[in-house]
Design a protein around this ligand. Structure first.
Ligand SMILES: [Zn+2]
Ligand SMILES: [Zn+2]
Length: 135
């Protein structure tokens, strides 16, 4: 019975992630979704699952200045999110993994010039993406 519940929760969680590949979400968004599908899902289950997926590198966890709390982003192709910067569209919420080499050069220069060592895992660049600019 317990195993069945856990399997169900995990299946619904993966469904949610696959439906939201480019979008950041909060633990509450996920909880609301799971509650529609499964009886008795609680916050603890949600946080435990999210933490595990973060450890596995499947999910990128970040903070936004304009919102309280943590946000999460499904990123199965990017398992090393603590080693590169991220950008986010303020219009549609799309998240970018900025992995190009020139970013490292930029970071090295900032460190050299200002003495600031950029924490990639915590740095979020805010902008407007191409899709949203054309609208
Ligand atoms: Zn990333
Ligand atoms: Zn956009």
């Amino acid at each position: 019975m317990k195993t069945e519940y856990r399997t169900k929760a995990r299946t619904a969680l993966l469904e949610f992630l696959q439906e939201n590949p480019d979008r950041g979400f909060s633990a509450i968004d996920l909880l609301t979704y799971l509650q529609l599908n499964i009886d008795g899902v609680n916050k603890t289950t949600v946080y435990r699952n999210l933490d595990r997926l973060c450890e596995q590198g499947v999910i990128y966890k970040y903070r936004e200045t304009e919102h309280e709390g943590w946000f999460y982003q499904y990123s199965p192709e990017h398992t090393n999110c603590s080693t590169h910067m991220h950008g986010k569209c303020s219009e549609c919420g799309k998240l970018f993994h900025i992995e190009a080499d020139f970013v490292k050069g930029f970071a090295d220069n900032v460190k050299k010039t200002y003495g600031l060592k950029i924490d990639f895992g915590k740095t979020l660049l805010i902008g407007v993406c191409q899709n949203c600019t054309c609208k």
